[in-house]
Design a protein around this ligand. Structure first.
Ligand SMILES: Nc1ncnc2c1ncn2[C@@H]1O[C@H](COP(=O)(O)OP(=O)(O)O)[C@@H](O)[C@H]1O
Ligand SMILES: [Mg+2]
Length: 331
């Protein structure tokens, strides 16, 4: 046993660089995506796709995995956080398709190169985090160039700028990635534990606790595990205990890694915390508890607006109407 690292065997497994061989609980989505993309293998037009789901629901991982395994030579994956302008995206796509460019060509020439290539052989382009694009006109250009498109986003808003005409011509098949349930995250975490940690260094109950605290976001769950393992090692423990997991959860929450949560205001975050402790709570009761918790609560109308936003973000589920409405945290 390596005395210096009694717990972590392979930290990479607990970071974003690791690409899992097994994708849990996404069989349905994978099947749907493959069905839409399959025609490309026979050089026929694909069904364009819009992948929608909050952060940490496996969108990027699933998409990369499918493209890599089945469409490697005819696809390009672009992250629009990194390549935000039309020029940057086109450049990235052409380079991935191994078309030689020197990077000083005018945009029109890049478009021409792409069109030429797409005429010869069907191309699939995946634009991840599509809402980050500086100029949505890119979608017109790509659609016109005969490229099949996969757009990935955390919100519907990313497509609001598109005119009805282009939206119709893209005729996107929408595929949803719902937030994971706690048990589903547990499955993902268990596999990571197997590869990343020495056997017997964490109990099932601790994995479950990390899964519950992840609020549907696998990224958060993995980060909690990583931090808890580090803490245990730093304290020379031979096992990850409750205190380490608890500390990791607090840190991850403080860092506001929870992507949709980081867009919430302080009031919404407090409400979410209350919901996290309850199975299901009536709207009125939740408002009362929230008022008890904060020094300057918002009025009822604003509260209802906040709740609506959290429902739309997929963090909270609403059931029933008016006085009988109940809320539940989604996981
Ligand atoms: N179904 C899954 N099986 C295994 N690991 C997963 C699964 N879904 C997500 N992950 C892991 O969770 C993290 C976040 O996933 P990612 O695909 O980046 O989510 P998204 O793109 O929806 O924000 C990654 O480290 C990924 O490996
Ligand atoms: Mg992603």
């Amino acid at each position: 046993m390596n005395e210096d690292y009694p717990i972590i065997v392979n930290e990479d497994v607990l970071t974003e660089v690791f690409i899992p061989d097994r994708l849990f609980h996404r069989e349905g989505q994978i099947r749907q995506i493959e069905r839409c993309l399959k025609p490309a293998l026979k050089n026929s037009p694909i069904e364009n796709i819009f992948l929608l789901g909050v952060s940490g629901t496996g969108k990027t991982t699933v998409m990369k995995w499918i493209l890599e395994n089945y469409f490697k030579d005819i696809s390009a994956y672009v992250n629009c956080w990194k390549s935000r302008t039309i020029y940057e995206v086109l450049k990235e796509v052409l380079l991935t398709l191994q078309l030689p460019i020197h990077g000083r060509e005018p945009t029109a020439e890049l478009i021409k190169k792409l069109e030429k290539r797409a005429k010869k052989k069907r191309i699939i382009i995946c634009l991840d985090e599509v809402d980050r694009l500086k100029n949505i006109d890119l979608l017109y250009i790509l659609a016109r160039s005969n490229c099949g498109l996969i757009l990935v986003s955390t919100s519907y808003h990313s497509l609001l700028h598109l005119t009805t005409r282009i939206r119709r011509s893209l005729s996107l098949s929408e595929i949803e990635f719902p937030a994971y349930r706690a048990e589903e995250i547990s499955d993902i975490l268990k596999e990571r534990v197997e590869y990343a940690l020495r056997p017997g260094t964490i109990d099932k109950s601790m994995i479950k606790m990390a899964a519950l605290a992840s609020i549907g976001d696998a990224r958060v769950g993995i980060e909690i595990l990583r931090k808890a393992s580090k803490k245990a090692e730093a304290n020379n423990l031979s096992k990850i205990g409750f205190k380490e997991v608890e500390g990791a959860i607090a840190e991850v929450n403080r860092l506001e890694l929870l992507y949709p949560v980081q867009n919430l205001n302080e009031h919404q975050k407090e409400i979410l915390k209350i919901l996290g402790k309850k199975k299901s709570i009536s709207s009125g009761q939740l408002y009362l508890e929230y008022k008890k918790l904060v020094s300057k609560p918002v009025v009822d109308r604003a509260y209802r607006k906040y709740m609506k936003k959290m429902v739309n973000l997929g963090l909270v589920k609403a059931d029933g109407k008016g006085r009988w409405r109940t809320y539940k945290i989604l996981m």
